[in-house]
Design a binder for this molecule. Structure first.
Ligand SMILES: [Zn+2]
Length: 346
């Protein structure tokens, strides 16, 4: 990274498994790790094929990020509270295996605790720290190459996570990302750019943004991060068409209705491929070196990002070539009836 290298990082596991029918919306617990480990392995492989340089362990979270969906309270909801360690270690084992087989990096994963609040008392803070410590130790034991702490809307919690990684992470590099939502501030009222800078000063190897905002509305926030930080920065938006009025995917409504999109109807708000491409180009221009997609991210979208970043990977050969289409392709190659006439009727 110090030499200006970049890494492409696939996230979005939870939503992808929910879409495929192997994970329940609501509790969002990644039971698939224990119930169908072969599918988790396969999705890791698919994301590497689509250009990901990193295999992010699916250690309990909304996209293998939001670990909170796997902590004990959540597991209790579905009667699997005793399986937390097993889910985490199995997720790390699968990710390590794929990273070794594909020559990519493997990252352990922590995220917001869903316990930490702006006014958390000492007891709650201790509880969160204990949770982070446990997860950091598992990541070390599972031979992660680095540890990601992400989706923090609160600067205080992000800092607590970083401190825990520094303390128990056995020297592994730390990537810390904040989740930008409605405003340009963290929920504890620090301008996000400044919060990122403080995390960098406190020793995070990479800082930046993930989740929350889509590829268009995340841009103004990452620009602030770029302005404030000196080192490599990260940007992994959700892949939904957030707007100035509805800047985060939590506030999105289904187009043409008042129906809340999050989380069940987000597919009606998917970004276009062009928006993903524009986003990737802009990030490259800004010098974002840790780039990827979060919730809603799929292999065909990630391929666009990896391609813009000049990566070589398997799925590149399946990128669209619309000139080969019989109706919308090269007019000199197909009958005029299909390339022109039939358009009037369909
Ligand atoms: Zn996300």
């Amino acid at each position: 990274m110090k030499d200006g290298e970049s890494v492409v990082v696939a996230e979005g596991y939870i939503f992808e498994f929910e879409r495929r029918g192997y994970l329940k919306a609501g509790s969002f617990v990644p039971e698939v790790v224990l119930d169908h480990p072969e599918l988790v392995k396969s999705l890791h492989e698919e994301f590497v094929h689509a250009g990901s340089d990193v295999v992010l362990a699916f250690t309990v979270g909304i996209d293998n990020k939001h670990n909170y969906y796997g902590h004990r309270e959540k597991l209790r909801l579905i009667g699997r509270e005793n399986e937390l360690e097993r889910i985490n270690m199995e997720a790390l084992r699968i990710a390590r295996e794929v990273a070794d087989q594909t020559g990519t990096l493997m990252a352990g994963n922590l995220c917001n605790s869903t316990i930490f609040k702006e006014d958390s008392d000492a007891d709650e803070i201790q509880q969160v720290k204990a949770m982070f410590k446990e997860q950091v130790e598992w990541a070390v034991k599972g031979h992660a190459d680095f540890i990601v702490g992400e989706t923090f809307s609160s600067f205080g919690e992000a800092m607590l996570c970083l401190e825990t990684i520094k303390q128990y992470g056995n020297g592994l590099p730390a990537v810390i990302t904040l989740q930008p939502v409605k405003t340009m501030y963290t929920v504890d009222n620090i301008p996000i750019g400044e919060a990122a800078r403080k995390l960098e000063d406190a020793g995070a190897d990479i800082v930046g943004l993930n989740c929350g905002r889509g590829p268009t509305t995340i841009v103004e926030v990452i620009k602030e991060v770029r302005e404030k930080c000196k080192g490599p920065i990260a940007c992994l938006p959700v892949t939904y068409r957030t707007t100035t009025e509805q800047p985060s995917f939590f506030s999105l409504t289904v187009p043409g209705t008042d129906v809340k999109a999050f989380p069940l109807n987000l597919m009606a708000c998917q970004s276009t491929r062009y928006e993903i491409e524009e986003f990737a180009k802009e990030m490259k221009k800004l010098g974002v070196q840790y780039i990827g997609l979060c919730c809603g991210g799929t292999s065909n979208y990630l391929r666009i990002v990896a391609d813009v970043y000049g990566k070589e990977f398997g799925a590149k050969k399946y990128a669209p070539e619309m000139h080969q289409h019989f109706m919308y392709g090269d007019k000199t190659k197909f009958p005029e009836y299909f390339t022109t006439e039939i358009h009037k009727k369909i």
